[in-house]
Each structure stands twice: as structure tokens, then as C-alpha cells.
Ligand binder design. Structure first.
Ligand SMILES: Cc1cc2nc3c(=O)[nH]c(=O)nc-3n(C[C@H](O)[C@H](O)[C@H](O)COP(=O)(O)OP(=O)(O)OC[C@H]3O[C@@H](n4cnc5c(N)ncnc54)[C@H](O)[C@@H]3O)c2cc1C
Ligand code: SF4
Ligand code: SF4
Ligand code: SF4
Length: 378
């Protein structure tokens, strides 16, 4: 059966027959750790999911994410409309909204509970452990991003982007590295406790992280949407990444802003959504067994980095890397998260080959969106 992932009016975007790449377009994706894990699973289980054109994964650090509607409601309660906000920032334990009129609204992170997504409370990946390159702010001085290089591909990209003048690197300070490890450890230990509590009433798919590969395939091959519903969605573990919607060969799954729903009966031999979901089993080939003891995951290099000519949330490094990838023909398109033009700060995914679009999408939108994959679906 033909499982068309992308088709824009006869363009040369990739078309997949289940597991078989028919044309060859490469995409770079930016995402939070859960989204990067989903991309990893989609590609690893290509035979089951149909694969994706994602070739370079740039992961963001992420402590938690917020619900757009609850954030909007909360700020309204404080007398602030979202269109009045120039920039959101998380810094030194504070959630900060810098307003266009120059005023600053700031609360301790602990008080963001009313608009934090509870689904993030079961997440134990702070630094996008399975990306090619991970980027965040913690550990580096203002105006710089912390960059963790994880794969040989990632290293080649960083080295060439330096040589070609897109970014500049500095050594990471020991103090910065220790802070980053401490914060990652805080997230991991807090959330392991939380998911163990949740798993007292749900199938223990998360505590079985880093399962043997054969076991993952055996278990996931017994599961369809109903299992995804029972093991992930109805127990509050869905992170709204959009991977299930993307891989479904019969376009049965739809995601509104709250949860995925399935509209049709599943195909008899299909288990794609369960394989792709970042909140089901993860094999030890993806997360090695000892990863929980390494707060930053496995990596090759770590630096403080800034873009030479782009202004972003921190060092502008994510945008500079994406521009480098496009301008040098390393990927054909990038999946970015811009802003909905009708709803300020509402994140909106977009697949683009335009450098201008990348520059416009710089900056963090602190709320959840079924990113990347949805854009690939166009
Ligand atoms: C929900 C969230 C939580 C985060 N939490 C932390 C944290 O706890 N600690 C930390 O150090 N860093 C965190 N970050 C990362 C940080 O905010 C910066 O994104 C990162 O430092 C890169 O900065 P930059 O200037 O290099 O990127 P820029 O050049 O500004 O590029 C940012 C890129 O992020 C993408 N993006 C924007 N919003 C989203 C979104 N909602 N989902 C997916 N992609 C998006 C855009 O496509 C853009 O390409 C978080 C990011 C997000 C989205
Ligand atoms: S589940 Fe939440 S905390 Fe974890 S990576 Fe995704 S958005 Fe961030
Ligand atoms: S909803 Fe059913 S048909 Fe669609 S991916 Fe999941 S198992 Fe397959
Ligand atoms: S159920 Fe779907 S949207 Fe939710 S985390 Fe799993 S793959 Fe992502």
C-alpha cells in the first residue's frame, strides 16, 4: 500500500512506500527531547512506520513545556495579553515575560504549575540525548548557547559551520558544565519518582526504558491504537509530538490541541503508531542501559557557542546551523517552529527551504505543538 508522507503538487519532496524511500530529500528537524526521540523511533523502525526524511536532528534542552491556553489564561489573570509580550525567557529559576512596553513580568519556575503540561512530569531526558546536536542555554554565558555534539554527523556539521563563519565556539566552563549536570539530574530524579507513581495505575512502559531490542519489537508488534490509547494517551503520558498522526498509513489519527484520536478501524498488521510513540518502549539500541546514570547522555564534545550574525533565543546557534545546512546543500528543507500569525506565541510548525523563514522562527515559543511531523505531512 502506498503511504504518501509528503506530496505538494508534484514537488520533489520525498514519497515513501511503507519502508521504502522513493525519492531522496533530506530534512533537518529542531525539537524538544520527546520530539527528537519520536523522530529517532520513526527512522529506526522504518519497516513498521514508513520512515521519514529527517536526516539531521537538532534537539533542544527542555525542563518542561506549557499549555498555550493555560498560559494565555494565567497571564490574562495577571493583566497581561500575549500580544504585549516581546520575549519569554527562563533564567536563574525564573519564568520571565519581557513586555513590549519595557515592563518585566517574572515568577519563580515553581509557580508555573498552573500552566505546565502534566505530561512533562514523566520525562527524564533534559538535553535531547538522541539528537545529533543538542542546544540549550543552561551552562553558558548570556548571548551564548550550550552545544552538545553527539554524533559524528553532528561534529562534522559544527566543524564546517565554524570554518565557514556561521558560528564561533568557546570552551565551556567547568562551573557551567557542573550546573548543567546538576539541573539535568534534578529533572531526571524528580520525574523518575513521578512516573513510577503514575505507573502504579498504568502499564509500565516507561520504567522499561532501554529494553532489549527483540523484546521491544515483540511487545510493540502486539499493539495498535487501542494500546496507545490505554498505555499513553488516557494515562496522561502523551506529549502531543504528532508522531502517531504522521506514521498512520490510513490517516486515521488526528490531533487536536489536547490529544490524539483515531477515526477508523486499524489495519490488521499495522503497529506503526505504537512503534513511533516516544512514550512507549525504548530499546537499548536507542537509550543505552546506563544512560540514566549520565545526566547529559552520551556525547562527543560540549561547547559554548554563538552565531556570528543571527540573533536568537540564546546564542542564535540553532538558526545559524539551520541556515548553514540549507545554504550548503546538506539538507533540502528544515522543520522549524514559528509563530501562528493569528495567535501571538502559539507555536506553529513549518517545513521550509527559506533562510528568511529560519531567521524569522528564531526564539523559543514556550508551549506544545505537534511539531515537525505534522509539517512533513503536508
Ligand atoms: C519548550 C522548551 C523548553 C526549553 N527549556 C529549556 C531549559 O529548561 N533549559 C535550557 O537551557 N534550554 C531550554 N530550551 C531551549 C532554549 O529555549 C533555546 O531554544 C536554545 O537555547 C536554543 O537557543 P538558540 O538561540 O540557539 O536558538 P534559536 O536560534 O533562537 O532557534 C530556536 C529554534 O527553536 C525552535 N522552536 C521554538 N519554539 C519551539 C517549540 N515550542 N518546540 C520546538 N521547537 C521550537 C525554532 O524552530 C527555532 O529554530 C527550551 C526550549 C523549548 C522549546
Ligand atoms: S515531554 Fe515535556 S519536558 Fe519532556 S521533552 Fe517533551 S516537552 Fe520537554
Ligand atoms: S491507528 Fe491503527 S492503522 Fe493507524 S498507525 Fe496506529 S495501528 Fe496503524
Ligand atoms: S500518543 Fe502520539 S502524539 Fe502522543 S506522545 Fe505518542 S506519538 Fe506523540
Amino acid at each position: 500500500m502506498l503511504n504518501t508522507k509528503i506530496s505538494i503538487g508534484g514537488s520533489n519532496l520525498p514519497v515513501y512506500e511503507r519502508g521504502v524511500k522513493v525519492t531522496d530529500i533530506k530534512t533537518a528537524m529542531v525539537g524538544t527531547p520527546c520530539q527528537i526521540l519520536a523522530a529517532t523511533k520513526i527512522n529506526k523502525y522504518e519497516d513498521q512506520t514508513g520512515g521519514s526524511p529527517i536526516d539531521v536532528k537538532i534537539g533542544l534542552f527542555c525542563m518542561e513545556n506549557f499549555s498555550y491556553s493555560y498560559l494565555e489564561k494565567y497571564l490574562k489573570g495577571q493583566g497581561i495579553e500575549l500580544y504585549e509580550v516581546k520575549e519569554f525567557r527562563i533564567d536563574k529559576g525564573k519564568f520571565i515575560a519581557n513586555l513590549i512596553d519595557g515592563n518585566v513580568f517574572s515568577i519563580p519556575i515553581a509557580e508555573t504549575e498552573p500552566f505546565t503540561r502534566k505530561n512533562c512530569h514523566i520525562c527524564t531526558d533534559y538535553t535531547s540525548d538522541v539528537s545529533d546536536i543538542s542546544v540549550g542555554s543552561v551552562g553558558s554565558p548570556s548571548g551564548y548557547s550550550t552545544v552538545i555534539v553527539r554524533s559524528k554527523k553532528g561534529r562534522k556539521i559544527i566543524e564546517d559551520a565554524i570554518d565557514k563563519g556561521y558560528i564561533t565556539i568557546d570552551e565551556m566552563s567547568e562551573k557551567g558544565l557542573n550546573l548543567l549536570k546538576r539541573i539535568a539530574n534534578q529533572k531526571i530524579s524528580k520525574n523518575i519518582k513521578r512516573y513510577k507513581k503514575r505507573e502504579a495505575v498504568a502499564r509500565p512502559v516507561l520504567s522499561k526504558r532501554a529494553m532489549n531490542e527483540d523484546e521491544v519489537i515483540r511487545e510493540a508488534s502486539l499493539c495498535q491504537f487501542e494500546n496507545l490509547q490505554n498505555d499513553v494517551i488516557s494515562v496522561g503520558s502523551c506529549v502531543l509530538c504528532g508522531a502517531c498522526e504522521y506514521v498512520c498509513p490510513i490517516d486515521s489519527i488526528q490531533i487536536n490541541h489536547r490529544k490524539p484520536v483515531s477515526k477508523k478501524e486499524c489495519e490488521e498488521d499495522c503497529h506503526a503508531c505504537y512503534f513511533a510513540c516516544p512514550r512507549t518502549f525504548v530499546s537499548n539500541e536507542i537509550y543505552p542501559e546506563d544512560i540514566d546514570e549520565k545526566p547529559l547522555g552520551n556525547y562527543l564534545d560540549i561547547y559554548s557557542v554563538k552565531a556570528n550574525s543571527i540573533i536568537g533565543q540564546d546564542g542564535g546557534v540553532v538558526s545559524a546551523i539551520l541556515v548553514y545546512l540549507l545554504e550548503n546543500g546538506i539538507v533540502d528543507e528544515v522543520s522549524i517552529v514559528g509563530e501562528d500569525k493569528d495567535a501571538p506565541w502559539r507555536p506553529q510548525s513549518k517545513l521550509t527551504s527559506s533562510v528568511q523563514d529560519v531567521i524569522m522562527a528564531a526564539g523559543t515559543k514556550y508551549s506544545t505543538t505537534p511539531i515537525g511531523f505534522k509539517a512533513l505531512n503536508k
